[in-house]
Design a protein around this ligand. Structure first.
Ligand code: CDP
Length: 241
């Protein structure tokens, strides 16, 4: 049974949903590294920190009290003693987070904390650079993908459920922009690790993907060429991601 699991992929590919469900199913710790970049971004925006100014950024990071607290197999993030909640998922944070995450000082700051947490017990860690940089020796590496329109549609639906009034085109634009910044940055770009298994979730349901991942954890499916062909549904079911 695999105990150190890395899930990477672009925005809206289903990483958070799948990593959370997989961790729950296995009783592992669920680690959302994107939430850490989002929490820092929300803090910078709320406190008017000019994060592009290296001196300001370094001074802020030196002083900042950041805590990752394990609670019910997930990680609560506290900044300056304040728990970070839904504000980290705002459209404003969506707009800035990739610009914050591309800064090497920010990545160095979070890297050790993420690694330590992930190696502390059996875990499912999701992000952009988990299989390549944070956990290069992970027991199982998954690269989740889906077409940009499917991903935008999922995020649009999620926003709607949360009562956020966003336009589909704006969501798609943001996803494409983040994909571009995330995959072209110098430090730890979004990239499939050589030994990662790609799972295209475009036409798969949540349960189908979960089934595939559980089999992979249990080593029952050592490798898949095209996972979608193994599942007996041609139907596109992209709601509730
Ligand atoms: O949930 P969604 O896929 O929209 O994004 P996320 O996982 O919450 O990550 C938000 C942003 O943080 C990404 O667009 C990346 O810019 C950054 N990120 C990163 O650079 N490295 C990670 N390991 C995780 C997130």
């Amino acid at each position: 049974m695999k105990q150190c699991i890395a899930i990477d992929g672009p925005a809206g590919s289903g990483k958070s949903t799948m990593a959370r469900l997989l961790a729950e199913k296995l009783g592992y710790l669920y680690i959302d590294t994107g939430a850490m970049y989002r929490a820092l971004t929300a803090y910078f925006l709320a406190n008017g920190v000019h994060y592009t100014d290296t001196q300001v950024l370094e001074k802020t990071l030196r002083k900042l009290l950041i805590e990752f607290i394990e609670r019910n197999d997930t990680v609560e993030i506290k900044l300056e003693g304040n728990p970070m909640g839904e504000e980290i998922r705002s459209p404003q944070v969506d707009e800035h987070v990739s610009s914050v995450a591309r800064i090497p000082e920010v990545r160095t700051y979070l890297r050790q904390l993420q690694r330590k947490l992930a190696l502390s017990r059996p875990s499912v860690t999701e992000g952009r650079d988990i299989g390549t940089v944070i956990l290069p020796d992970a027991d199982l590496k998954i690269f989740l993908t889906a077409s940009p329109t499917v991903r935008a549609n999922r995020r649009f639906q999620q926003n709607k459920e949360k009562g956020l009034d966003t336009q589909y085109d704006t969501v798609l634009q943001n996803i494409l922009e983040r994909d571009s910044i995330d995959s072209t940055r110098k430090d730890a770009p979004l990239k499939k690790a050589k030994d990662a298994i790609t799972v295209d979730t475009s036409s798969l349901s949540i349960d189908e993907v979960l089934g595939v991942l559980i089999d992979l954890v249990r080593e029952e499916r050592p490798w898949y060429g095209d996972i979608s062909r193994k599942c007996k549904t041609g139907e596109q079911r992209n709601g509730n991601w």
